[in-house]
Design a protein around this ligand. Sequence first.
Ligand code: PGA
Length: 254
Amino acid sequence: MGPWGRNMAVRTKLVAGNWKMNGLREEGAALARGLAQRAIAAGRGGPGCELLICPPASLLTTVGGVLSGSGIALGGQDCHAAPNGAYTGDISPEMLADAGCSHVILGHSERRHGHGEGDAVVREKILGAWRAGLVAILCVGETQLQRQAGKAADIVSIQLAGSVPSGAASSNLVVAYEPVWAIGTGLTCTLEDIATIQAGIRALIPSGARILYGGSVNPQNAAGILGLAEVDGALVGGASLDVDSFWAIARACG
Ligand code: PGA
């Protein structure tokens, strides 16, 4: 129980690595092995947060095998809404679960902008993920133009309203605030802006649900970002491809 009363939930931080379309079997296995070794060496408490790795679909089985017993969870980077069917090139939530995943990233900006996914599609995918027993990591965030127009908070609210189905709970939903302009660019939001947006998100999602920040998180900026009260972890792209960097970010959870 926290000082603010009995509804004060303790939210364990989550640091998730999004490998995107990177890695062949040998390097993926080596990266996973390096992380598994650190997690096992760190013992019961781990680095002080939960860890999740989201490799490309081709590496799920390999990486899942290497991570087994380390306490590091496995996730997918996207999925179709349906359990199976004539959807060439897609992967279903049930397939992710069958491959050992507990989580799936949905609505990432590279899906929204690169594949034209809107909130309605993302919403169906979240329902599919829940049907398969997966936790959905829903990504939201504004573009550079939207931020410059002072619309960042509005865009994030609209995305949440359009994509979070009823039935959302802290056990099945994690939100990742990822300003599009900060992803892979080396630019990050100011701590003040992160705190403001994430406090706004907090008011719109189920109590106790975690909110991650993503967008050029690295070992240098991680402590500041993860030290914010409204930040419950990080979604890490580029820096998750290096054992030392990813582990340093995890350790920054304190
Ligand atoms: P980045 O990617 O850390 O390379 O900016 C984050 C993400 O896209 O999830």
